[in-house]
Structures are given as C-alpha cells and as structure tokens.
Design a protein around this ligand. Structure first.
Ligand code: PGA
Length: 256
C-alpha cells in the first residue's frame, strides 16, 4: 500500500457568502462525505467557517482556514488566531499562499511563526511554496522552493513534521489555466521530498504529503496524481463547484 493517503483540499479564496458556502458544503458532503480513501479538506473564508463546520458535521470532510495570525490573541486588528480556529473545529490552515506573499508582503520568517503556532495548537499547516514565472525562466525554481521550504519549516520538530502538509504551487500556474507538466511538477515534488529527508530523515519524509496546486482540474488531475511524489491537490477554481471538486476527489481515489 502507498504510505500516504491522498489529500484533496479546496481553497475557496475570497469567494462564497455564508449561504452559498453552506449550499456548497452540503453538496460536497452528499457526494463525497463518506469517502475514506482520500482525505478531503475545504477552506472557506473566515465568515463561513462556523456554518461550514456545522454543515459538514458527521462527514469525512475536514475544515481549514486560509490564513491566521501567530499570536493567540491581542491587538491585531483584522486577524484571527489558531485557538479561534480550533474553537470552530478547523483541523488545517493554509499558510504562505503566494497571494498572501505577493499582496500582503508575507515573509518566510512571518510564515514560519504561523507554522509553529499552528502546530503548537494542533492545527495542521498546509505550507505553500512555489516560484514565479520570472524565477522559473531564470532557472532558480529549486533555489526558491528550497528557501521557502527550509525557512517555513525552521524549528519544526521530527515529532511535528508528519502533521505538516506541503503544497507546491508554481505561481505562474495559479488561476491561469497553465498547469505545470507532470514532469515539471514531479521534479519539484521529488526535490521537496529530498529536502524533507535532509530535515527529518527518510521515514518521516515519507509520511509528509506534498500537494500540487495551480490550475488542477478533473482533466489533468489523473496524470498529476499518478506521480510518485504528488500526494494530492490544493485546488482553487475547481473547488468552487461541487461537481468538479468531487471529480477531483474521485480522481484521487482512483490514483491511490
Ligand atoms: P487554482 O488555485 O486551482 O485556481 O489555480 C490554486 C491555489 O491558488 O491554491
């Protein structure tokens, strides 16, 4: 058997009002709520987390936030903390998404603080890494990914490491319809696996899921998910409709 269960995570970004979110969760739960061979995670906006949690209760669908602050509480207007997310039954949190890095100037050091705070609070971080088009064209893809990964995971212990999920998301493939080729994706995934071996040792590195993200769709998912080091997907656009999201879950089931 494959050592890692496939994981399909939906990153809804700034989409769906509370009512729309509940309707979508209900459809996902109806279609895929009993799937056990694939881990399913959805990340609605903060405003819909509480009602999404209620709508997925009793199913196998898990809840993630799209970001959080590393402090537990305090004077940080507009932010939410790990204990607040835990109180809403979130199990995962997306951290260091390229949109946070680009539009909100989040640095590797800042993201690292969040990763550590998430783990301390039993939230599984989905740490996003990936190069821009300019960086790929300059031949620095692996260097960029290495810097983001090592800085993001600084201080993470061997005991904590299996709870970490890494998402490789080439920035040029996000929301653009330009998907990385399977070879391009697998090359970086294998490189990330190698870095995890150096950081945590072989046995632990084999437990860490590495997701691909960037225009993953039902049409391209089977080939990507068949790669040795691609353990699932972080899905933006195609997670906003139950039908395409469920098709991706089925593709991961078939690829297990
Ligand atoms: P996309 O987004 O699937 O719309 O490309 C992926 C992501 O940003 O996580």
């Amino acid at each position: 058997m494959h050592p890692r269960k496939k994981l399909i995570a939906g990153n809804w970004k700034m989409n769906k009002t509370n009512g729309d979110a509940v309707a979508l969760v209900k459809d996902i739960v109806t279609e895929a709520g009993k799937v056990t061979e694939v881990e399913i995670v959805i990340a609605p906006p903060f405003t819909a987390l509480e009602s999404a949690a209620k709508a997925l209760e009793g199913s196998n669908v898990k809840l993630a936030a799209q970001n959080m602050h590393h402090e537990a509480s305090g004077a940080f207007t507009g932010e939410v903390s790990a204990p607040m997310l835990r109180a809403l039954f979130a199990t995962h949190v997306i951290l260091g998404h390229s949109e946070r890095r680009t539009y909100f100037q989040e640095s590797d050091a800042f993201i690292n603080q969040k990763v550590l705070a998430a783990l301390k609070n039993q939230l599984k971080p989905i740490l996003c890494v990936g190069e821009t088009l300019a960086e790929r064209e300059a031949g620095s893809t692996l260097k960029v990914v290495q810097t983001q990964l090592e800085a993001g995971l600084e201080g993470v212990s061997k005991e904590q490491a299996p709870s970490v999920v890494v998402a490789y998301e080439p920035v040029w493939a996000i929301g653009t319809g330009k998907v990385a080729t399977t070879d391009q994706a697998q090359e970086v995934h294998a490189f990330i696996r190698g870095l995890l071996v150096k950081l945590f040792g072989e046995a632990i590195a084999q437990k860490v899921r590495i997701l691909y993200g960037g225009s993953m769709k039902p049409a391209n998912a089977p080939e990507l998910l068949a790669q040795k080091d691609i353990d699932g997907g972080l899905i933006g656009g195609a997670s906003l409709e139950a039908r395409s999201f469920v098709e991706l879950i089925k593709a991961a089931e078939a690829a297990k």
